[in-house]
Design a protein around this ligand. Structure first.
Ligand code: ZN
Length: 460
């Protein structure tokens, strides 16, 4: 943090994020072609490219490892896949677009008539020119995805089907980056890394999370920031299963993703609904985007479903633009590089910087003399002459004394009182010096602070 109390003094306006947005787009373009899944080399390759920007700690969890109510699946890797017609011409080709293969397809090499092949073909009749994104992680199955337009033109006859893939015991891969601050309290930024060639969902989230980590690594934050790059659902479940002891230090967090499309900034509240990140993120998106949307928690979406499951109930919200199925390109081949807008990336980046900066400076205090107002005059904090209206500073003293119960921080009190944050902070400093206030470093009552469960699994 610099002398002005800002964590990111170079980013005061959304335009200041133009260069970061360009760099985010470069990373999105770089990782977009990779065929990712919930396990396998696509995730490893993606993380290797992110590691060009920020150092990453990679974890690999063996197939079969129990994690909460789940189990790490076998690892999937694919080399090639196609459907060829009777002349041997590839008419559906994984090399042309990796969405053409049902993600996690079992290997197969077979000749089939069209009538039988149809049961393995997926299209979008209402968006006939787009290839759908489909997966079959938990049921052994194979298939291809294609445009409905193409399906309608397939002539009867025999087709050669090849999926040159492997599904065998291996590992699930995720990565973390911890940016250490003055305090061991942690703020979590989590993003999913399992989708193949889909630009907004979620190359955009991966890129912006990486750049935020880079910027935080250059500053001197008060809190510590943990970045998690993990496959959706099973990745965050694996991380939660292996980090239960760490959760009590978690002050809050954000799931980030789908941040490059032209939709408005959208914040989805945590299950708690009114935690620190809920208040601050709602404030920030409203300030930055008049069309901003605030959504209440629902158990559908991304990894907030796991972080906000009732046993954990962590104060983790989600920042997106057009959330999951709220845009027509969602989970189709139209979620490509053309959907990504530089101004959207810049605004999303700026929102992330602002939210983090505010959480980081949202110091929380406890009033040490909460029974009645303490006498401020005798401590030289309040003007001795009665009758005149108190000034901003005196108002700030009263506000902070009244609101400092360990939960509300400087930003909350500034927002509630209408007083400038700097004045509220100045008043807090004076009260600390007078022995009337103490800073509170962790106030994250967890639903299950000491959860019991299966012993942590052996991993390498
Ligand atoms: Zn998705």
């Amino acid at each position: 943090m610099d002398a002005t109390g800002r964590l990111f003094p170079n980013y005061k306006h959304v335009d200041d994020c133009a260069l970061l947005a360009r760099r985010a787009f470069e990373l999105i373009r770089d990782i977009y072609p990779i065929c990712r899944s919930i396990t396998g080399d696509g995730v490893r390759e993606t993380l290797a490219r992110v590691a060009h920007l920020i150092p990453l700690d990679i974890s690999e969890v063996p197939s079969g490892t129990p994690v909460l109510d789940w189990e790490i699946p076998r690892e999937w890797n694919i080399r090639d896949a196609y459907v060829a017609d009777s002349t041997g011409r590839r008419i559906i080709d994984f090399r042309v677009h990796n969405l053409h293969v049902l993600n996690y397809s079992t290997p197969i090499r077979v000749k089939l008539p069209l009538a039988e092949l149809r049961a393995h073909l997926y299209t979008l009749p209402h968006q006939p020119d787009r290839i759908p994104y489909r997966t079959s992680y938990w049921r052994e199955h194979w298939g291809f995805c294609l445009t409905h337009r193409q399906l309608e033109t397939l002539p009867d006859g025999e087709y050669e089907v090849v999926i040159d893939a492997e599904l065998k015991p291996g590992r699930l891969t995720y990565a973390e980056r911890l940016v250490r601050g003055e305090s061991s309290e942690e703020f979590l930024i989590s993003t999913h890394v399992c989708h193949p060639s889909l630009a907004n969902d979620n190359c955009s989230g991966i890129a912006l999370a990486a750049l935020l980590a880079e910027q935080l690594g250059r500053g001197k934050p008060r809190l510590s920031y943990r970045f998690l790059f993990a496959p959706g659902t099973i990745g965050s479940i694996a991380w939660l299963a292996r980090n239960r002891d760490r959760l009590r230090r978690l002050r809050g967090g954000l799931v980030v993703g789908l941040l490059g499309d032209p939709g408005p900034l959208t914040f989805k509240r945590s299950r708690r609904g009114n935690s620190e990140v809920d208040r601050i993120a709602a404030q920030v998106v409203r300030e930055l985007d008049p069309a901003a949307r605030l959504l209440d928690f629902s158990p559908y979406g991304y990894d907030e479903r796991q972080f906000c499951s009732p046993g954990f109930d962590l104060p983790v919200g989600r920042l997106t633009r057009s959330a999951n199925d709220m845009y027509p390109e969602y989970h189709t081949s139209a979620d490509n590089l053309e959907l990504i807008r530089a101004d959207a990336l810049a605004q999303s980046m700026f929102a992330l910087l602002r939210i983090v900066e505010r959480v980081d400076t949202n110091r929380r205090y406890r009033n040490l003399s909460p029974f009645g107002e303490p006498r401020l005059g005798k401590r030289g904090l309040f003007r001795a002459t009665g009758g005149a209206d108190p000034g901003e500073f005196e108002h700030a003293l009263l506000w902070i004394l009244n609101q400092s119960d360990g939960g509300r921080g400087i930003h909350d009190i500034a927002a509630g009182s209408g007083l400038p944050r700097a004045v509220v902070q100045q008043a807090a400093n004076a009260l600390v010096a007078a022995g009337l206030l103490e800073e509170v470093f962790l106030e994250t009552p967890l639903a299950n602070p000491e959860p019991s469960g299966p012993p942590e699994t052996e991993v390498e």
